[in-house]
Design a protein around this ligand. Sequence first.
Ligand code: ATP
Ligand code: MG
Length: 262
Amino acid sequence: MPVILSADHVSKVFATGRGDPIVAIDDLSVDIEEGEFVCLLGASGCGKSTMLNMFAGFTQPTQGSVRLRGTPITSIEPRCGMVFQSYALFPWKTVRTNVEFGLKVRGMAKRERRERAQFFIDMVKLTGFEDHYPTELSGGMQQRVTLARLLATDPEVLLMDEPFAALDAMTRQVMQEELLRIHESSRKTTVFITHSIDEALILSSRIVVLSARPGRVKAILDNNLPSPRHVDVQLSPEYAELKKQIWDLVESEVRHHDDTQG
Ligand SMILES: Nc1ncnc2c1ncn2[C@@H]1O[C@H](COP(=O)(O)OP(=O)(O)OP(=O)(O)O)[C@@H](O)[C@H]1O
Ligand SMILES: [Mg+2]
């Protein structure tokens, strides 16, 4: 498959004005192929969100380049759609008008955008909740609305920054299965951030393990667990083996970080 998204020797340094500048990402290179589901896995503060924000064009690398189909991303890139960790819905809009929002901004006619919104509301199993407001929904339902809103605008790449981190374990599992199902049917290139090894193993086709800050590529692992995947995959010996392998990589990073950070 052709490369759709790439980071080429990317470094990102934040000058805070207080003390030394913070190196968030250091010489990170990765190529993401069309249709892949890549998880960026790393400890808190290692630069995951910073990297994703550069893919979205919210911020630019200090060195190196981030490219979409070979063209440098130098400003907010609408072809890379983002789901944030916080649900970020408009509280004064209903489920339907939240999902329609991006389509309305693009000037899509009312009837067409209503139909399109309904398609994705159905897809994330929120049929019947179209006229509800975000405060009337559970956390998992709200996150499904953000997913529907993103999918409705049909970005070329889905960027997801720990979208399920705030959910309880059961809801999280349901959401993971839903996302797997959506990925299997849409084959949309997805870059998904997590610090959960289990989540990375369940969702991804490839896992990029990052070092502790500054974020560098520690290892890239192919995840060949059977697909279509179901959470039952966690019971297999292959799963346990891969998990151990990743844990060994991550553990040394966490320890090293603890040692240097006090
Ligand atoms: N806008 C900013 N200005 C200054 N420093 C920043 C900025 N954004 C991030 N940083 C710093 O860069 C480092 C990486 O932050 P980042 O948010 O990318 O980490 P993360 O891997 O997403 O962590 P978490 O898992 O906790 O979300 C941190 O040390 C953080 O303080
Ligand atoms: Mg983050």
